[in-house]
Design a binder for this molecule. Sequence first.
Ligand code: HEM
Length: 132
Amino acid sequence: MASSSPKTVTLEQFKEHTQRKNLYVLLSGKVYDVSKFIDEHPGGDEVLLAQAGQDATDSFEDVGHSDEAREFLPDFYVGDIDEAAVGVLKKEVKAAAQSLQTAIDPGSNFTFLIPVALLGAYFAWRYYSASA
Ligand code: HEM
């Protein structure tokens, strides 16, 4: 294990490694070079490429990777991600989640119309019952 002063990977460097032959994966603040592993990954190459340039921690944990899978990690370890990059990457995930939320739930923007519609219905009812 490379325990003494690990190398810091800047956001720029991390974002430069998003190709199959040049691919970094970020897990729990640590950067791994999976270029040599991508063809052997039992989960396939697509899932790894889809995580390029992002924090893959949640996806990695959601799969429930085995201890054997985790034992591969030290071999691919490059260094720790720059502290500043963590904030930027988190913001990117948040922004993506928010735009997804708006895309799947556009109706929520119109909920303010419900009381207006009820009021309109009440006045319409008053109007019709008064003129009857
Ligand atoms: C360096 C990082 C990674 C390593 C070393 C790795 C290793 C492995 C290994 C050894 C397996 C076989 C099952 C197991 O032992 O758990 C596996 C399965 C899998 N991995 Fe990864 N993996 C990595 C990253 C990722 C990432 C970022 C994703 C993103 C979603 C992912 C998705 C999957 C999926 C979907 C499977 C298949 C699970 C199944 O069919 O049961 N892996 N991985």
